[in-house]
Design a protein around this ligand. Structure first.
Ligand code: AMP
Ligand code: GLY
Length: 424
């Protein structure tokens, strides 16, 4: 098989790495890919938003399966476009991608299908939204309705903070048109986890539960980022909790999408809040793999990912054996100084080979480029993801940090407490 991965980040590098290890796969292509992916995929110079260009690439290269990494091309209909051109695609249609692309759609969908989530109200008028938050008894969460790269969410313990957030999103348009409409939610308490399931629209294969670290600094302080690290499995998702997640969230969501005429194909990533009694409620749906969660998820997974991706794309996932899942994996993200705000680029990176010397370690590139004289330099906020497998979370954590310590670039930053919650 020839498999095309669409995207260029750490998640796509991890997907290309795992796909390249499949005995069924002859070649992995990546569009646009990244310099750092060259060890596992051939780069093709076509952008993720060039739908015609990608269809042409699939024809010319005889691609058998397309795996779409990021949410934006999914929300804009890339899967529909390539399916209409006759290709097998892993990833949902634009209609199904509304589960992530529109928070209001997701909330109303959950209401229709009785899926547990926070109470909410949505507004396209600033004054009406203000009046609403002033009348709330406690805290709330204010969210821009559209895609805002994970940053359009303000957790507001008081009405005054909520009013300020509304002003920023709807008044100042901090996130552009994503702030035409806002959703105001009840503030949920508990422990967060992400749950991953692959589906062909009808059958479901469960992967694992992960936990990520969104804040920039140790102890969950500092600003929200795209993710500073992640680990699997998440101990908060016990067998009993997983059973509830499947019965109350995953199966009703897949059935609901099919019933509404927009069957869901791809990976469903459910962001959950699990309260102290073990009741899961949905924080959000995402229609793609998490970044960096994909890295520990795939490093922990034994066996072949490709039959799952292919079964999701073509149907018949019920005939695919679920992946053997064994041990644990921890990913530490190395960022440029200043991330998630302004940061410098072009710093020489040393120690990549030394870090990858441990066979249980995988280093993926999130924001690097090849340097003129060889080697790599930094080229993004999140630079590298260092992931290690181990029999336990503790073992995986120690290995990941030992590998991360071998990598050096000026201004390199990482959190030192990834997975600490699972070990305390
Ligand atoms: P979202 O983009 O919807 O995932 O929100 C980003 C983050 O905000 C989540 O990962 C949670 O930490 C937090 N959050 C969102 N909605 C709620 C809620 N209703 N209650 C508590 N925390 C929330
Ligand atoms: N790590 C969070 C995300 O991928 O949305």
């Amino acid at each position: 098989m020839r498999v095309l991965v669409v995207g260029s980040g750490g998640r796509e590098h991890a997907l290309a790495w795992k796909i390249s290890r499949s005995p069924r796969v002859e070649e992995v292509l990546a569009a646009p890919g990244s310099d750092g992916m060259a060890d596992v995929a051939r780069r093709c110079d076509v952008a993720a938003d060039d739908f015609e260009g990608l269809a042409a690439l699939c024809r010319v290269e005889g691609v058998d399966l397309v795996v779409i990494g990021p949410e934006a091309p999914l929300a804009n209909g890339l899967a529909d476009h390539l399916r209409a051109a006759g290709f097998a695609v892993f990833g949902p249609s634009a209609a199904a991608a509304r589960l992530e692309a529109s928070k209001r759609f997701a909330k109303e969908f959950m209401q229709r299908h009785d899926i547990p989530t926070a109470d909410f109200a949505s507004f396209d008028d600033l004054e009406a939204a203000r009046a609403h938050v002033r009348g709330l008894p406690g805290g709330c969460v204010v969210k821009a309705d559209g895609l805002a790269a994970g940053k359009g969410v303000a957790v507001c313990p008081t009405p005054a903070e909520a009013e300020r957030a509304l002003e920023e999103i709807m008044g100042d348009r901090r996130f552009g048109t994503a702030g035409d409409r806002v959703v105001v939610e009840e503030l949920m308490v508990g422990e967060e986890a992400s749950y991953y399931a692959i589906t062909d629209g009808e059958h479901v294969v469960t992967l694992a539960a992960a936990q990520d670290h969104k804040r920039a600094l140790d102890g969950d302080r500092g600003e929200n980022t795209g993710g500073m690290g992640a680990y699997v499995p998440a101990p908060v998702v016990s067998e009993a909790v997983e059973k509830r997640i499947l019965e109350r969230v995953v199966h009703p969501a897949i059935r609901g999408m099919a019933k509404e005429g927009t069957p869901y194909q791809g990976v469903l990533y459910v962001g959950l809040m699990v309260d102290e009694t073990g009741e899961p409620r949905v924080v959000e749906f995402n229609v793609r793999f998490g970044d960096p969660e994909t890295q520990p998820l795939l490093v922990q997974m034994q066996g072949d990912l490709v039959p799952l991706l292919d079964g999701s794309a073509r149907g018949g996932l019920d005939r695919v054996a679920p992946p053997a899942i064994d041990g644990a994996a921890v990913c530490v993200v190395l960022t440029s100084q200043g991330y998630p705000r302004e940061f410098e680029k072009g710093r020489a990176i040393r120690g990549l080979d030394e870090a990858a010397g441990d066979p249980e370690v995988v280093v993926v590139h999130a924001g690097t480029r090849r340097a003129e004289g060889g080697g790599f330099v930094t080229a993004g906020g999140r630079v590298l993801g260092v992931t290690a497998r181990g029999e336990s979370i503790g073992e995986a954590r120690d290995r990941a940090y030992a590998a991360a310590d071998r990598i050096h670039f000026e201004g390199a930053q990482f959190r030192t407490d990834i997975a600490a919650r699972a070990l305390s």
